[in-house]
Design a protein around this ligand. Structure first.
Ligand code: IPE
Ligand code: IPE
Ligand code: MG
Length: 260
């Protein structure tokens, strides 16, 4: 699954051609994950339909991807649609899927130009055929991108991801290919949908809520979390730089003692 992957979790990033001075000082997280929340409230406050908020959210994503690449972030994972978001009215779900298809159709060329490699995590088998087709096309078209990996979390849930990995490992065990005692955190982590990426160093939640909403549950074990009242459609490069600066002020201990 992780064959040919650009990342080896737990290893320092390979010295890239021209690391930015900030990245060299390790003030920049390798992997930033964002819960793109607040689109509906942004629209409500303007007397607009919720879908106008989702459309503005897609524009915010474009700005933030550009800034993330400039900052030297390696992986940007964005939560676009959760396994629970199907509870919304069918018209809103259809609208979100349509915006996704439009985004991929219109922006793939820009992603290629900017050196962005697109990937996705989530059970995309439940997405409309057009969305699946555009996703696969964009993943293929951007495969050579080396500046930033943009991971779209679509029909994604942290619990889904864990159960999905457990089910596949159980199937291998049932076929006699794996002994249960061989399953450890490293093996389990590699089996996850996000297993080819390093765990998120920083999780950013715009929209003011202080919860994970089923995002990256396994990977979030030692993520730094930054929340802001800024609604996702208002999020821009400055907001991302602020969140990264906030990350730089945290002391990550991973269960150890300070300053060691
Ligand atoms: C996030 O914005 C986008 C999705 C969940 C698809 P919301 O639509 O949740 O916006 P609020 O939280 O209602 O403002
Ligand atoms: C989380 O936002 C999911 C995405 C942004 C895709 P929600 O709006 O669905 O989260 P809750 O319902 O407020 O927890
Ligand atoms: Mg919300």
């Amino acid at each position: 699954m992780s064959e040919g992957s650009a990342f080896e979790p737990g290893r320092e990033p390979a010295a890239s051609a021209a690391p930015s001075p900030v990245a060299a000082a390790r003030a920049v997280p390798r992997h930033v994950a964002i819960v793109m929340d607040g689109n509906g409230r942004w629209a409500n406050r303007r007397g607009l339909p919720r879908l106008a908020g989702h459309r503005a959210g897609a524009q915010a994503l474009e700005r933030v991807v550009r800034c993330a690449a400039e900052l030297g972030i390696e992986v940007l994972t964005v939560y676009g649609f959760s396994t629970e978001n199907w509870r919304r009215p069918a018209t809103e779900v259809r609208g979100i899927m349509h915006i996704l298809v439009e985004f991929l159709r219109l922006k793939t060329r820009d992603l290629v130009r900017e050196g962005v490699r697109l990937r996705y995590v989530g059970d995309v088998s439940a997405l409309p055929a057009a969305a699946r087709a555009e996703l696969e096309r964009s993943v293929r078209a951007t495969a050579q991108g080396r500046r930033l990996t943009l991971v779209l979390a679509l029909n994604y849930g942290g619990r889904w991801e864990i159960v999905d990995a457990a089910r596949r490992l159980a199937a291998r065990a049932a076929r006699g290919e794996l002994r249960p005692e061989e399953i450890d955190e490293a093996l389990f982590g590699r089996e996850l949908a996000t297993g080819e990426f390093p765990p998120p160093d920083l999780i950013v939640r715009p929209g003011g809520e202080l919860r994970l909403s089923n995002f990256l549950l396994w990977g979030a074990a030692y993520s730094e979390i930054v929340a802001t009242d800024t609604l996702w459609p208002d999020f821009d490069g400055d907001t991302l730089r602020w969140a990264v600066a906030e990350f730089g002020r945290r002391e990550r201990r991973f269960g150890g003692l300070p300053g060691r």
